[in-house]
Design a protein around this ligand. Sequence first.
Ligand SMILES: [Zn+2]
Ligand SMILES: [Zn+2]
Length: 321
Amino acid sequence: MHQLFLRSTRALVVALLLAFSLTASAQDFRVTLLGTGDPIPRLDRFGPATLVEVAGQELLFDVGRGASQRLVQMDIALSAIDAVFITHFHHDHLVGLPDLWMTGWIPPPFGRRSVPFEVWGPTGMESLLNNLEDAFALNTSIRIPDELLPPEGIEIVAHEFDSDGVVYEKDGVKVTAFAVDHGALIKPAYGYRIDYDGRAVVISGDTRFDRNLIKAAKGADLIIHEVALASEELLNSSIQFQRIVAHHTTPEEAGIVFAEVNPKLAVYTHLVMLSSRHIPEAPLHTLITRTRTNYDGPLVIGEDLMSFIVDDTVSVSRAAR
Ligand SMILES: [Zn+2]
Ligand SMILES: [Zn+2]
């Protein structure tokens, strides 16, 4: 009887462990949109930022306005971010960086980071980070003696690159940067591909329709892509709107990208929804209908705090806010 009890207890433990490891493996590659907006300060869509949680690593791609607030909403300590990757130097992708860097260093619940803050980005990243350290030198020199904060936690390590290739590799996780075309004067501009355990996620960064992105995204399970939407009426009303749209991807063009990449799921982020005083924003569903002219596969319009688990299939969940 005693032995039977032991055996069944052991079987239960094994079953629980198996269930746990299955859950862990199914959840070990998760992407969350922290911000799906553009430079416009809106309350429903924060600035561009995408969190990739993979193999126990917390990787953040772009740090737009409000990224730290979204991390707190997810109950993730700001100090838990292991690596930050920047796509390009438009400020909407960067303004949350000083906040994350400095707030992640002050005491819990934010983190009290005790290791350097590591940032990857194209040429220009190192200079920006050096200037950031200079700009906030007094904050650093005041807080160290006053709050006894660890000096190494406010150090920044910059990893700069100037061409396509693998920029990060750790415990089976590989991040590859690839150049994208955000317009002749907006250089450098990159997208990123994250590979792990035979699965892959691609983040477009800001780009026009670009064959280099299609090439880099081949075989990806999930593609997170920017988009810009303007009605014909708005485009005809001012050349300014034509100039903005020319720096981005239209839904029809994104449809061509998605059809060629053929991901398990395509997701829109960085929604540039143009409007003027007299011409309102086009309704959101127009993004879908216009994409459908070229692509009929799985497609979702991203929302802040929407998550995707990348497994044999890609599942979508919306966090309660
Ligand atoms: Zn942008
Ligand atoms: Zn941009």
